[in-house]
Design a protein around this ligand. Sequence first.
Ligand code: AP5
Length: 195
Amino acid sequence: MFNLILFGPPGSGKGTQSEKLIARFGLKHLSTGDILRSEIRNGTALGLEAKSLMDQGKLVPDAVVIGMIRAALDHNPNAKGFLFDGFPRTNAQADALDALLSEKKTSINIVLALQVSKSELVKRLLNRGLTSDRTDDRDESIIGSRIEEYERKTAAVADHYRKFNKVVFIPGEGSVDEIFAKLSTEIEKRMTVDG
Ligand code: AP5
């Protein structure tokens, strides 16, 4: 199996690049944001609980998202590997992910961390908010809260994986194709080393 985490702040391009990477490398895409939005659309109890937090730009409780990832791993026993997008977002989530993967006799091979300036993040998200149904993109103060949550709780997750020499930082500004090429090169290198 080959498992990768696509890491980075809100608006850094994780969703955009994930679509291209899963097509190229045949991995199963697991986006906790997408799963939560689908729960909201389906009006589930979990979706209702998550919606008020997401609308404020705050993280959903660890236990909720860890449960979602556990279920997703169990439902995809034959996956060639997973691309985690928007997860893990806290050190507790990272510990839980390591334990879940270890139960399945696998682990994270690489963490690709997209680096984008704050002004570019805000610009991209406000721009998407003009046309998408993402309510958390419409208001600059909610976008600010999302970036703050990232800085306070999520950025440290990179340190967790740096201890194991698994993090590669990738400049996330430029064309989508240029960034995709850089990500693909790093994945191919790691696939060669890890067999
Ligand atoms: P989530 O859905 O994960 O959203 P996010 O992290 O805020 O990230 P985005 O989807 O907004 O951005 P992205 O990095 O994927 O960039 P994208 O490719 O879309 O989370 C939403 C919420 O759910 C959280 O706030 C939280 O409440 C909750 N949640 C989710 N996971 C959780 C977890 N693990 N724990 C707790 N809570 C959780 O691109 C953004 C825009 O930029 C697009 O319009 C795109 O077209 C554009 N763009 C992309 N690349 C480029 C480029 N190279 N140049 C110019 N524009 C670009």
